[in-house]
Write a protein that binds this ligand. Structure first.
Ligand SMILES: NC(=O)NCCC[C@H](N)C(=O)O
Length: 408
């Protein structure tokens, strides 16, 4: 198990995780930007960082090696040629193309910084008043003169679950759905190509960020060494799931993909906002994703002789029992299925647990109804403070990218 990427379950003891400690990008938010930036409120950075540090320390206390995305990226950008190429691609993906004065000044400004300052600056965004131009462009003069940024902030980077995902010994580097997040996956692509820990490790890329079809890590759940669950959601398309399944069935030992269709809305943007695995036979589930008869659309993908076979199923309990070979199953409803507590706690990521070992999870303290229920079901629950982090609409699983887990 010396692979730098090794994830064959959602619940095997977590050994290595990648986080991002929120930075100035959270202070570069203004009310007018929030909807486009996919953030519902402006977190108070000082407290968000205290909460995030508590999360990281808790992980470390439980033997998890915590790597920071920003450090891995800065260490990947030590070579000046790599840095130049990265900056140019980032500018192109930010819509700044051509060789005009703005482009030149931004390249010069970013290249004048150390790699770690540059990474922090790019995530924070570059404000117009940081760049002095001799001549304002037509866009600056006429289009949106009061818009404050040349490079938009990236306030969602702390949800490191989504830009990429580890599956087995490989990764998906995701083509993300919304413009506000699309540049984020360039970071992991750069890390895998240039970081000393990863560049020679021949890590399979199951799907890269240039393929057609949208995929985000919050929808990618590794249920066992040969079964994945993937949300068909606001953020992940059926096309991407099909391509990923084909690739995995061809080149890995994964044999089954359970494509679970969830509602398309901001509160439930990914499968892990409504469903997480917490033990061999225990899961959290937001009761509102099931219909009156407790059904949900599940498409079971398997390799067939002439391509994929697709079977439609609707009973979540039966499907999980069948494909995970379980005799019993415990679906624990978020907020105890109470008509008010369930949606309130799901909104604050009460369904979004991070398993650090079978039956042992990290959750937000504010979801006390769900946390009490988890304990009643025998789960060991570690709570972290959550006043500010939760304002970004993601919980402990969303805020962590599992890179290595012990096998079950
Ligand atoms: N896996 C997750 O559910 N991640 C949460 C992402 C929240 C972020 N504000 C977003 O809308 O993308």
């Amino acid at each position: 198990m010396n692979d730098p990427i090794h994830v064959y379950s959602e619940i095997g003891r977590l050994k290595t995780v990648m986080l991002h400690r929120p930075g100035k990008e959270l202070e570069n938010l203004a009310p007018d930007l929030l909807e486009r930036m996919l953030i519902d409120e402006i977190p108070y950075l000082k407290i968000a960082d205290e909460e995030h540090d508590q999360f990281a320390h808790l992980l470390e206390e439980h033997g998890v090696k915590v790597l920071y995305l920003e450090k891995l990226l800065a260490d990947s950008l030590k070579d000046k040629n790599v840095r130049t190429k990265f900056v140019k691609q980032l500018l192109a993906e930010s819509g700044i193309v051509g060789e005009d004065e703005l482009y030149q000044e931004l390249v010069e400004f970013l290249m004048s910084l150390s790699p770690s300052e540059m990474v922090a600056q790019i995530i924070a965004g570059v404000r117009k008043d940081q760049i002095k131009l001799q001549h304002l462009s037509l866009a600056d003069l006429a289009e949106d003169p009061i818009y404050p940024f040349y490079l938009d902030p990236m306030p969602n980077v702390y949800f490191t679950r989504d830009q990429q995902a580890a599956i087995g010994n490989g990764m998906t580097i995701n083509r993300m759905t919304c413009r506000a997040r699309r540049r984020e996956s360039l970071f992991m692509e750069t890390i895998l190509l240039h970081h000393p820990l990863y560049k020679d490790a021949k890590i399979p890329i199951w799907r890269d960020r240039y393929q057609h079809g949208r995929l985000e890590g919050g929808d990618e759940l590794v249920l066992s060494q040969d079964v994945l669950a993937i949300g068909i959601s606001q953020r992940t398309s059926a096309t991407a799931i099909t391509q990923l399944a084909q690739k995995l069935f061809r080149d890995s030992k994964f044999k089954t993909v359970l494509a679970i269709k969830i509602p398309h809305n901001h509160a439930m943007m990914h499968l892990d906002t409504v469903f997480t695995m917490i033990n061999y036979d225990q899961f959290t589930v937001h009761p509102f994703i099931l219909d009156q008869d407790h059904n949900i659309d599940i498409y079971v993908l398997k390799a067939g002789t002439n391509g994929l076979t697709i079977t439609h199923e609707t009973n979540l309990t039966q499907v999980l029992k069948k494909y995970l070979h379980l005799s019993e199953l415990d679906l624990i409803p978020t907020g105890g299925a109470d008509p008010v507590a369930a949606p309130r706690e799901q909104w604050n990521d009460g369904s979004n647990t991070l398993a650090i070992a079978p039956g042992e999870v990290i959750t937000y303290d504010r979801n006390y109804v769900s946390n009490d229920l988890l304990r009643q079901h025998g789960i060991k629950v570690h709570e972290i403070r959550s006043s500010e982090l939760s304002r970004g609409r993601g919980g402990p699983r969303c805020m962590s990218c599992s890179l290595v887990r012990e096998d079950l």
